[in-house]
Design a binder for this molecule. Sequence first.
Ligand code: SF4
Length: 620
Amino acid sequence: MGQTKEYGVIGLVYNSGNWQLAFGISTGEAYNLPDPFVNNENGFIEITDLIDEFLHRHSLTWYRVLLLYSPPGSTQLFPILYKKYGPVIVVYPQRLNLHKQRLGKHYDNKSLMLVEAALTGLTTDLLLIETTNACTFRCLFCPQDTMSRKKERLPFETAKHVVEEYAATGLGGIAFHLMGEPTSNPYLPDLIHLVSQLGIEHTLTTNASTLTRNVSTALLKNGLHRTQISVQTTNKEQFYAYKRPAPKYTYEQVLENIKFFIQTKWQYAPDSEIEIHVMDNSLYQPRGVKSVINDKEAEKVVRFWNDFLTTAALEIDNKAILRQLKKSSKVTLARERWDNVNFKFEPTISLKFKMAGHWIQNFLKNDEIIIRARRGTCHQIIFGGYNQMAILANGDAIMCCFDYDGNTMIGNIYDDDLSEIDRRSNDIRNRLIDSNELPFEICKRCLGIRIKCFSMGVYRISSPQKEIDLQNIAVYGTTASSLTAANELSHIGIQQLSYIREDSMANEVGNNFSLPLSVVHKFQELEDDIEAIIFPAEWDITTKIIESLKHKYPNKIIAQIDVVALNNFDRPRILAAKGSPVRKVAKSQESKGISLTSQGRQSLWTKQCRRIMNMFRWHC
Ligand code: SF4
């Protein structure tokens, strides 16, 4: 007689400051919920103790931990669970309805529902499908023009096969985008019809250039769940300068397309959600793009869309919508309102300011190079709140939605089953968690640190390169930001030889600069080993300082960290970005005579980092 196999599931929900646990086993007899509640402050050890106890009581053949996603606790708990119990399936509250539909009768028994979900589900919970990688625009902030992949379209039959395989085993959602403009693809409405029929939550991202009347009507009538309209700027000049559309696409036509799409949604698909995306360049301006850089401009954009929607609603005489728009027009926009949340005009239409991405550090200025990371942690792969996978137009399966050139490939849909690719992606996640070794060559650049070199001539390397590998760096300075720079370097695996700390130095910089003798001695001691001398970006380095250093150390790289590696958004490196709100706040505090302690700054940085994390959460 074979032993009955028991499968288990551990569900965790974060609820008003407490963690709630639900345990379940596949026999359906034993599950206890919703006890106990665990305090979030010190509760992580308690949570793992309780899970261990549950696992000890049942000898399970297989189990999965399901984290019902809800910030902020889940972000901290996720890596702990992942390390200890293997793949964690992240379940979004809004997806529970879908689980309900799929699991039908099991839904009443919540715990059993979770077991079923875990047993059948792939660990991927966001599948991106690139139906085409050709685009109608050549946006400056997009790496489209450096993409080396052949422009092609994923055949409908392949897309259909992927969707059906995913529906059979996956529990997550689908996003139709990566590179390219999906609405230019004539079969898109049929594909949307299929995913709606299969009950898969989905999102379409479009620049609205080919969102014609016919396409809009077909998509919405076929059950389109959610649309992100990548508007990025509402200024006509900026539209042409930054988005660089093919000649037949005009600013007016794009707005007209959006208006018709919204009116049709109001008419035929009231529950379909629309998110208008506008680019936030307050921290980072790839290739000089400055769409929205301050509160005033953000406010202008919100007003623009409120007026736009009001005109659209007036044209079709939709009084209910007009009432809601009147209400939302009265909201005063403060920074906290635009940088962190969706601004809702009416319950299903919102505006989101999205920070510009660096797309694997794709937009370097002439005097910038990357010190490549030797190790690190990627939030796209493991801490993003979901496990993602993307199928590119050529059938390649990749792990990262920033990977415009397909360098994080883990399989191809023509050769491998989706479940096999899913297993490989999980192995990679686990390895990254265990070792911090970067899984793909491209990650070294992505997580690397961007530095600004004062003169290309100071390189020891013979010709200027855009990426370098360094081991030993001296960080120069005494301030908290130099310490942060040093920390950053050690995070990416640089063996930082010295952190030059000299209390008198800060006064000397910017005045009559000369290197303090102790620093000179230290450098002399280490001279052979040090490859670069780095300053934090916060310092206004004068030519005199540079000249003095170059004279003294002609063979060293002398550079300034200008760290805008936005993918590492939980680290304080963002603070060093020029124009960062953190720096502005610090400055204004200081001008009021309040001098911020390093602790005060640290807490501002932490706040800022959280803000950035939140912004990226729905990157896809
Ligand atoms: S490190 Fe960068 S390139 Fe690598 S997977 Fe993460 S986000 Fe993508």
